[in-house]
Design a protein around this ligand. Structure first.
Ligand code: DAH
Length: 335
């Protein structure tokens, strides 16, 4: 009898290893614990056991029965969990795409400007957004009483401190801190006292350009701007230079690109002129060179401005500058 009990215990251990599914488990449960199962048969044969050892053997069969019941119920829980888990994952569903961030269209354009000028040998320079009167105006040949200060609606922090109205002060900082030859662009944010509308914002972005050295000429300036236009907007884009005035350059020009929308034919955006104004440029004024300690007799240079927001608007066909700064994802995600 004891041997039979041990045998069934062995069978049960083997069976535990082999059960993989809930139906397997049901079958095995019936084999061991069913009304005609192995345990029931053991109890039946108990009658053949001598009276005095019956209680001990009976206890052993009961213990085995308990053990089998506990193991089966644990296994049932485990198998239930497994199948529930599998059912809640529909492996035929397509995966969920993780949202990936993007560069803001302004940064994309700024990156492109930097890449184009880097490829032409320019370094990237930087300057503070809070600027002194000296760097923003005075050193750029605009003394306190100069009427040209009115061209820029300045936001003053104090008598002597302003939010820079242009990136031109970076020219002065760079020239003060090193000797020619110099070839830099200085992209960054600038500020003006403007009421926001489709083409005005109290802050916007420019990039300054500056090249100084020996024998730097106006022809070099034209070549660089033309090469930039072709790389930024395409070879079919032409550049036009018009005489103009800036206190820090002499001679000064304003430069236009062919309208990117009508390719110069004339349309609503360019007011039928075929041209879009980009910014100003010119040969660095001798007074500016003197202000940074250079000898205007030996050193010459050209400088140019560039509106980054304006270029982004042209490139991406955006008709309201304010939308660039609203950080509306429905807008930003289009680029
Ligand atoms: N600083 C000028 C502005 O904000 C743009 C500009 C004009 C920059 C002529 C230049 C330049 O370097 O030579 O409107």
């Amino acid at each position: 009898m004891l041997e039979q009990i041990a045998e069934i215990k062995n069978l049960f251990n083997k069976s535990l290893q082999e059960i993989k599914t809930l139906p397997d488990l049901e079958t095995e449960k019936i084999r061991f614990l069913g009304r005609k199962g192995l345990i029931a048969t053991l109890f039946e044969t108990l009658g053949d056991v001598p009276q005095d050892s019956r209680p001990v053997i009976g206890q052993q069969i009961n213990a085995l029965k308990k053990e089998i019941e506990i193991h089966f119920s644990e296994l049932k829980n485990k198998l239930n969990l497994l199948t529930a888990g599998l059912q809640s994952v529909d492996i035929t569903l397509p995966g969920r795409a993780l949202p990936v961030g993007k560069r803001h269209p302004l940064h994309q354009v700024a990156d492109q400007i930097k890449a184009i000028f880097s490829s032409m040998g320019f370094e990237i320079a930087d300057g503070p957004e809070v600027e002194t009167d000296y760097y923003n105006f005075e050193a750029l040949n605009m003394p306190r009483t100069h009427p040209a200060r009115d061209m820029q609606d300045t936001l003053y922090i104090s008598d002597n401190l302003v939010l820079r109205t242009h990136t031109s002060p970076v020219q002065i900082r760079v020239m003060e801190s090193r000797k020619p030859p110099i070839r830099i662009i200085a992209p960054g944010r600038v500020f003006r006292r403007d009421t926001p509308d489709a083409s005005h914002s109290p802050f916007f972005h420019q990039s300054e350009g500056l090249v100084v050295g020996e024998d730097v000429t106006f022809a070099d300036l034209k070549g660089v701007i033309e090469s930039f236009a072709a790389q930024m907007l395409g070879r079919e884009i032409k550049v036009r230079f018009r005489p103009s005035f800036f206190p820090f350059t002499e001679p000064s020009v304003e430069y236009d690109f062919n309208c990117v929308f009508c390719k110069g034919k004339g349309c609503r955006v360019c007011k039928n002129t075929g041209w879009l104004e980009i910014s100003g440029a010119g040969m660095v004024h001798p007074n500016v060179l003197k202000n940074v300690g250079y000898d205007p007799g030996k050193i010459s240079g050209y400088a140019f401005g560039m509106g980054i927001d304006r270029l982004a608007m042209l490139k991406f066909n955006i008709n309201d500058i304010r939308i660039l700064f609203e950080n509306d994802l429905r807008f930003i995600n289009q680029f």
